[in-house]
Design a protein around this ligand. Sequence first.
Ligand SMILES: Nc1ncnc2c1ncn2[C@@H]1O[C@H](COP(=O)(O)OP(=O)(O)O)[C@@H](O)[C@H]1O
Ligand SMILES: [Mg+2]
Length: 114
Amino acid sequence: MDVQAIKRTFGIIGTDPELDRAIGIAAQVAATDLTVLITGESGTGKDVFPKIIHQNSTRKHGQYFAVNCGAIPEGTIDSELFGHEKGSFTGAVNERKGYFEIADKGTLFLDATK
Ligand SMILES: Nc1ncnc2c1ncn2[C@@H]1O[C@H](COP(=O)(O)OP(=O)(O)O)[C@@H](O)[C@H]1O
Ligand SMILES: [Mg+2]
């Protein structure tokens, strides 16, 4: 998808060259398995970028999984992200898949917004 097609598909409004440049970079990195860090002020539309990356990747038929990291209590984040085996700690009554495993061959969006 080119930049204009992405803007139409995802309902992105705006004509600033910097916006187009960011979308172009998203399309470029989507073709790779690189880890991407998306930064910017609150409300600037960052949340659509992991979706653009997923949809433009070879992983698009895999799981897209978004995790609101700020909503996970401290102390359980490792278990949420990486999963755990049954009996590995008090209360671990069952084996549990982590988000990395769930999103394997897909895209994992770790949203760090508080
Ligand atoms: N350029 C844009 N075009 C269309 N909608 C936008 C744009 N920028 C932001 N939004 C909308 O503004 C809201 C906030 O965006 P969001 O992605 O949650 O911001 P962020 O994650 O950067 O804090 C969302 O509803 C989003 O769709
Ligand atoms: Mg956000």
